[in-house]
Design a protein. Structure first.
Length: 516
């Protein structure tokens, strides 16, 4: 008969053999201090063993596809960079100019301005609108087709063979919205995914998830701790804990080998701790990390990622004031967070611009001027350049390090193009989790089930929530604000959109440990 001591020894040996890594101390946990000069490429170094180990597994094949947030501050004027749309079959590279201006090259002529008037559009050959497979198969109704004027808003044109036509909205009324947390009601979310598995999307298997909680010795949450999860095969993922020291891990989203055990390493402020995750375990993975003191003042990076195509004209006209209110009320929260605001507006290939990036700034007045200049135009087909915009937001925004809370509000009424190649939203939602960026998807009127599916994917994986506009009559945005929605959600409350987003921000900051 095997004694309990021998069983424990066998379990330790099995873990070491599978992972080829570190000494196990205090319940599968070890901690080490690394002077800054000795810190090497993450996730190395690991705690050193006291005795010889079996041969090491193959080197990690997966490296982070992102740089960690590292901007020290956002005390800068508004800086704007434009990525032009397709010009004569060529997608020109971006070019930033002094003073927050951008440049767009047209036949060797450079025009620069903060918000220039667009030139008269060049004639385009007629083309049939592209429609997503999910819309083409929708039952009944008509859908507004997105027109592509060069500038300014053009009303949508009805297409009798598609799904319900968008109606212009009364601009004087408030915008109401509901919200669901798919991580809180995970079983309903998985059922939603199963019902619509046939929709065009980028698949990442999140059916198995595990909660990681990182605390210090006093039991307080450790926010913004770096996390690396590695299988013996070399498959790996990266994350950062949220303001409450928590993060959801999804092994099947990055490891097709279905490893039995994963090494989970966390680090912050030069200190590192290690634990292990066993696939299928029901309990949370809890790791203690002595990460030192938290910052005295909350730091918030808040980015708006907005579809600025023609069909968003009514929403943008009405939401401009809403975004003003959000920015003002967030800046005035009781915690008085050190807040940076940014905006990435996007359209589509073939439009005057693919995206415009307004980097994070603490100049609230300058940011409000950017919001005032936001106009809806272009489009042409239903999907838009959300892939490119999300990639730009994750990788090119100057996200701050050192314990910042990083949030994205994604407002869109269409799914991304999945036929372009290039950046893909599933890769960038993984990178967003690695950089500690939560995405709150906001579904505008006209968002179909495919668009809802994608927005909920991104929000759930990054730890955000799905927000959706509501109306008096669910299928009629012109009916005014109300409680009804066409989206597949239950048990939601309704508030004005600005209050809802401010509440979400306040809840995130409220998770910070005392003194954070």
């Amino acid at each position: 008969m095997t004694t309990p001591t021998k069983s424990r020894q066998f379990a330790r040996s099995l873990l070491v053999a599978l992972l080829g890594t570190s000494l196990l101390v205090s319940g599968c946990e070890a901690t080490s201090y690394m002077p800054p000069s000795e810190v090497v490429r993450w996730p190395e170094p690991m705690p050193q063993p006291r005795q010889p180990l079996p041969p090491q597994p193959a080197p990690m094949q997966t490296q982070p596809n992102f740089a960690s947030p590292s901007a020290p501050h956002c005390a800068r004027p508004v800086q704007t960079v434009e990525v032009p749309g397709r010009v004569a079959g060529t997608l020109w590279p971006e070019r930033a100019l002094p003073g927050g201006r951008y440049a767009r090259r047209e036949d060797d002529e450079v025009r620069a301005s903060v918000e220039p008037a667009s030139p008269a559009p060049a004639p385009r050959p007629p083309a049939a609108p592209a429609v997503s497979e999910s819309l083409a198969g929708a039952a009944g109704g008509t859908l507004a087709r997105k027109e592509a004027p060069a500038d300014g808003f053009a009303p949508p044109v009805a297409a009798t063979d598609l799904a319900p036509q968008r109606q212009r909205l009364p601009r004087q009324e408030v915008v109401t919205a509901g919200m669901v947390d798919d991580n809180a009601d995970f079983s309903s979310y998985l059922q939603f995914r199963q019902r619509h598995a046939q929709l065009a999307h980028r698949e990442r298997d999140v059916s198995q998830r595990h909660l990681l909680i990182v605390r210090n010795a006093a039991g307080d949450a450790v926010p913004d701790a770096e996390v690396a999860v590695r299988a013996a095969s070399g498959a790996a993922m990266w994350a950062r804990t949220d303001a409450g020291g928590r993060v959801w891990l999804h092994p099947r989203a990055f490891d097709s080998g279905n490893s039995a055990i994963y090494e989970v390493a966390v680090r912050k402020n030069g200190r590192q701790a290690t634990g292990f995750l066993r696939r299928g375990q029901k309990s949370a993975v809890e790791i203690t990390l002595d990460a030192g003191a938290v910052s005295r003042r909350a730091r918030l990076d808040l980015l708006f990622l907005v579809d600025a195509t023609g069909s968003m004209g009514d929403e943008i006209a009405r939401l401009r004031a809403t975004l003003h209110t959000i920015a003002r009320e967030v800046a005035a929260l009781p915690s008085r967070p050190d807040t940076c605001f940014g905006l990435v507006a996007y359209r589509d290939k073939g439009d005057a611009f693919l995206l415009r990036r307004h980097d994070l700034t603490n100049d609230l007045r300058g940011f409000q001027q950017v919001l005032d200049a936001l106009q809806a135009a272009g489009g042409g087909d239903y999907p838009e350049a959300m892939n490119e915009a999300l990639h730009d937001a994750v990788h090119h925004i100057s996200w701050r390090g050192d314990g910042a809370t990083r949030l994205v509000v994604l407002l869109a009424d269409a799914p991304p193009h999945l036929d372009y190649g290039g950046p893909q939203y599933d890769d960038d939602m993984l990178a967003a989790l690695g950089k500690g960026i939560k995405v709150f998807g906001v579904g505008a009127s006209g968002l179909d089930t495919q668009g809802e599916y994608v927005q909920r994917q991104i929000a759930q994986y990054t730890g955000g929530r799905f927000v959706f506009l509501t109306y008096r009559q669910a299928t009629n945005p012109a009916s005014g604000p109300g409680r009804e929605t066409v989206h597949e959600v239950d048990n939601y409350s309704v508030d004005t959109l600005d209050r809802l987003i401010v509440r979400l921000v306040s809840e995130e900051l409220g998770k910070l440990p005392k003194g954070g």
